[in-house]
Design a protein around this ligand. Structure first.
Ligand code: PGA
Length: 255
């Protein structure tokens, strides 16, 4: 199996004003101090208003900064939206697309997410494409079918391990403190891995990082990150405090 460099990404969602940059500084400092002992890439996706400031504070350090969403177009009459090019201009290196909160709050369908992933690449950003089933879908034994449909619809066929990350986030596990069993996580991640391997040419599907997200905490990160085909985490609530996030990154500590 290909060696895959894990990624632990924090999604601050609609949380944080400039005062929150103190947590970013604390995280950054800890990574600088212990960086060589962490076998994972680390990223924070703050609100768009903080991207520039976050980038300025993490210059040349090990902490990457990403956006939480982008419009599919590079510019135009789309009041309130932000393009991938704007995020790139602000210094972001990645953007989350298709988070379930976007799919629910803004009615985004997989076709929209597909277009946003391509927009991310156009701007030189890595697209972090999110998929996940609802509680009703899981109860109805539809999980694998729903995820397969979302992957087929949201991940462009020209995705590579360099420009794309997939995040599996069961909707019912987000912000609830609930997590699937490690067997359930293993089943979904293995299914995503096989689908990507079939969909993407040149062996890229074997190398794309597949993150798990949904109530990842320091206490469960070790067991979740040890599941086969889990190549890191997408973390919401526990990324807001440097100590909690560091407790999750500790799953990848080598020293
Ligand atoms: P959570 O959110 O860690 O707060 O459950 C995860 C996410 O939505 O990315």
């Amino acid at each position: 199996m290909a060696e895959i460099q894990p990624l632990v990404a924090g999604n601050w969602k609609m949380n944080g004003t400039t005062g929150a940059l103190g947590e970013l500084d604390a995280l950054h400092q800890q990574l600088l101090d212990k960086g060589s002992g962490v076998n994972a890439d680390v990223m924070i996706c703050p609100p768009a208003t903080l991207v520039s400031a976050a980038v300025a504070r993490c210059q040349d350090g090990p902490l990457a900064i990403g956006g939480q969403d982008c419009h599919a177009n590079p510019s135009g009459a789309h009041t309130g939206d932000i393009s991938a090019e704007m995020l790139r201009d602000a210094g972001a290196t990645a953007v989350i697309v298709g988070h379930s909160e976007r799919r629910t709050d803004h009615g985004e369908a997989s076709g929209d997410v597909h277009a946003k992933a391509e927009a991310a690449w156009r701007a030189g950003l890595v697209a972090i494409v999110c998929v996940g089933e609802t509680e009703t879908e899981r109860r109805a034994n539809q999980t694998l079918k729903v995820i397969a449909g979302q992957i087929a619809g949201s991940v462009p066929a020209s995705a590579t391990a360099e420009n794309t990350v997939v995040a599996y986030e069961p909707v019912w596990a987000i912000g609830t403190g609930l997590t699937p069993t490690t067997d359930d996580v293993a089943e979904v991640h293995a299914a995503i891995r096989s689908q990507l391997a079939e969909m993407l040419p040149d062996g890229e599907g074997a190398k794309v990082r597949i993150l798990y997200g949904g109530s990842v905490k320091p206490a469960n990160a070790g067991e979740l990150m040890a599941v086969p085909h889990v190549n890191g985490a997408l973390v919401g609530g526990a990324s807001l405090k440097a100590d909690d996030f560091l407790g999750i990154i500790a799953a990848y500590r080598t020293a």
